[in-house]
Design a protein. Structure first.
Length: 663
């Protein structure tokens, strides 16, 4: 394919996905009542608000209610505030803080209606898509070169290892090799970081080494959390600035933001003085007659000023009114001049901060911000590169001479809603590592989990290359000083604190079957939900804190069912997709599928299985029907592996089930 045709093709795919995301959101708002959207975690009802302050020109409104707020809406999310119908509101803000009974939203303006009995809905953000399209329309030579590599229109140069003095003395051999080859690459390099292998630590070292060599670095990630992690590791070691809306940045990292640094610059006093002067003039201006069409009757500003100077009336307008409108125009011009001057100084300060920063950090999308226009970077370091689409990672790549991508294409790709745009789930990282394996280095030592939990995914997905760090290879729940179990069988065997790997086989239980709610495409399994409840209650009773326990399931309806049963305990329940990049001491995984046809649905996505199996540090309890699962060779191998290295515990009819049906 020609380069120009491929760029056009990418633009079409982005547009398809943009439309699909907005339509999915609007369709759900149309289809579901507020209470249903709230149950899914995408709306909060019955809120009252009060303005609690201002931050960076945004008004902060604290919305609260007596009933506890349980929601998927998080800090940094875009939300729409409405009186009941989100489709009829255009009041959009960003979440800055969240507690059990409140949520704080940053809004540009706050109409009086927006403070009493409102609802907040998660909102689709199409700014990201517009930035991707604009970048593709004006793609730089660096961006085009990256595409030429995957189209085989240009060959990259060989990466060579270079010597360097590590700033982080605890880098292992594979991390050091990845840094060395990254530094010795003229065009690009790929750091393949599987679960728990210290990917962020490695790219932090790459950034510090590049800065030592006098290079200017653009460091980005697909999510704000990834960028925050980098800021945290680099803060105090280099001159840095973090771009993006301040509400999307962790509270303790506010000092790193461009907003904060601009407002604390010595010249910002001048900006404040100009704005204060403008605000005083606004009060003065508003005492005069505003020249609306009704009053000016076709007269231009210049004509009004001329007639005022002569002290005459015209077209039925009295000299007094002409004079008043002239005063309004004169004052308004001065107000605009003051604001423009304030903006000019603000932009100068921002440019000065960016110019003197050795590292600029942002999400991939925010790398398109105007304040970076014309800034040239020597290298772009992009984290979570296997979770960003090609149009997304092209934004930072287009601003730099070379790029380093860090990710893991064996875990979940970007989620694409549009059926016609599924090609977007094939990432630049994945394409490049397949075409140029010599331009990549896998990190080989994992620091997260017990060796028994690591061994199967290492063998199945990474050709056995991953090894456990000595300090974690034998960690179990027993190390946490938990109480011994005395619940009776099979629970005592399932919860055994010395055994890290358990498979609870529901195959012999008469109530093992999955089911579907009316009108839903998802699945749920009441028996597995009941097992999860018993297991979680037992683990908490043993003395493990709810924050250290995670429940994962591939299906949203099962997530909902489990939350209904254990919500009061404060244990995090999420789909597999919601757990990527996360870890807990204990993970309980409910696989759901149990049917006579051996139909596994999207359980056959092995990347989803890889993520699910690699979140636990000390104990993994998998619940599923071996009969159904073993039709797939990978699940069959996993069950065999657990038999050898862990424990497979069969459930029979003696296990009680009490889980009422929900439609």
């Amino acid at each position: 394919m020609k380069l120009e045709d491929y760029i056009e093709h990418l633009k079409k795919l982005v547009e398809l996905e943009r439309k699909a995301e907005i339509e999915a959101m609007r369709e759900e708002m149309r289809r579901l009542r507020g209470q249903e959207r709230e149950r899914l975690g995408r709306a909060i009802l019955g809120l009252n608000g009060k303005i609690i302050g201002e931050e960076f020109k945004y008004k902060l409104v604290k919305y609260g209610r007596k009933k506890e707020i349980k929601t998927e809406i998080g800090v940094g999310d875009l939300v729409v505030v409405s009186k009941g119908n989100p489709l009829k509101s255009d009041l959009v803000g960003t979440v800055t803080e969240k507690g059990r009974h409140y949520i704080v939203v940053a809004l540009e303006n706050v109409p009086p209606w927006a403070l009493k009995d409102v609802r907040i809905d998660l909102y689709a953000n199409d700014v990201t898509f517009r930035r991707q399209i604009e970048n593709l329309e004006n793609l730089s030579e660096s961006g085009k070169r990256a595409l030429k590599y995957i189209l085989k229109l240009e060959e990259p140069r060989e990466s060579r290892a270079v010597e360097f003095k590590p700033q982080d003395e605890n880098l292992n051999e594979s991390q050091g090799r990845a840094v060395s080859l990254s530094l010795g690459s003229e065009d690009f390099f790929l750091i393949h970081g599987p679960f728990g292998t210290g990917k962020t630590r490695t790219i932090t070292e790459v950034i510090l080494q590049e800065v030592n060599r006098g290079k200017k670095v653009l460091a980005t990630g697909e999510s704000n959390i990834a960028v925050d992690n980098l800021v945290e590791r680099l803060w105090g070691k280099v001159k840095l600035v973090r771009l993006g809306h301040p509400s999307k940045v962790s509270k303790h990292l506010k000092e790193s933001t461009l907003y904060y640094q601009v407002e604390n610059h010595e010249r910002y006093r001048e900006v404040k003085r100009l704005r204060e002067r403008a605000e005083k003039l606004i009060e003065l201006r508003d005492k005069h007659l505003k020249p609306t069409p009704q009053w000016r009757r076709g007269l231009s500003d210049e004509e009004i000023l001329k007639f005022a100077e002569r002290g005459v009336g015209v077209r039925g307008i009295s000299p007094k009114h002409i004079r008043s409108m002239a005063q309004w125009i004169t004052l308004n011009r001065e107000i605009q001049r003051l604001y423009q001057e304030a903006r000019r100084i603000e932009e100068e300060i921002a440019r000065e901060i960016i110019d003197r920063s050795q590292v600029v950090l942002s999400t991939n999308s925010s790398a398109a911000l105007e304040c970076l226009e014309g800034v040239k970077f020597d290298v772009a370091v992009i984290d979570e590169a296997s979770q960003g689409t090609i149009p997304s990672v092209l934004i930072p790549i287009a601003r730099s001479d070379k790029f380093i991508l860090a990710g893991d294409h064996k875990q979940l790709p970007p989620t694409i809603l549009s059926e016609e745009a599924q090609e977007l789930s094939e990432t630049l990282f994945e394409k490049l590592i397949e075409l140029y394996p010599s331009k990549s280095k896998i990190l080989e030592i994992q620091y997260r989990m017990n060796e028994k939990l690591m061994e199967f995914p290492s063998r199945e997905f990474y050709k056995g290359k991953i090894r456990a760090y000595e300090g974690v290879k034998n960690i179990t729940l027993q190390d946490l000083g938990v109480r011994e179990t005395s619940f009776g069988e099979p629970l005592d065997s399932i919860l055994d604190p010395k055994e890290p790997l358990i498979f609870v086989d529901t195959g012999r239980h008469p109530e093992k079957w999955e089911r579907q709610r009316r009108g839903s495409t998802s699945r749920e399994n009441p028996l597995e939900a009941a097992v999860v409840k018993k297991v979680v209650e037992g683990i908490i009773e043993m003395g493990v804190s709810p924050e250290s326990i995670g429940v994962i399931t591939p299906y949203e309806d099962q997530q909902d069912l489990i939350e209904m049963l254990i919500g009061k305990y404060g244990v995090e329940v999420k789909t597999v997709d919601g757990y990527q990049g996360r870890e807990k001491d204990v993970i309980v995984l409910s696989l759901v599928r149990s049917n006579r046809e051996g139909d596994l649905g999207f359980l056959t996505d092995m990347r989803r299985l890889n993520v699910a199996l690699t979140r636990a540090k000390r104990k993994l309890i998998v619940i599923g029907d071996c009969e159904t699962l073993k039709v797939h060779p990978t699940y069959r191998r996993f069950i065999e592996y657990v038999k050898k290295r862990g424990k497979v515990i069969p459930l029979d009819r003696s296990f009680p089930i009490s889980c009422r049906r929900r439609e």
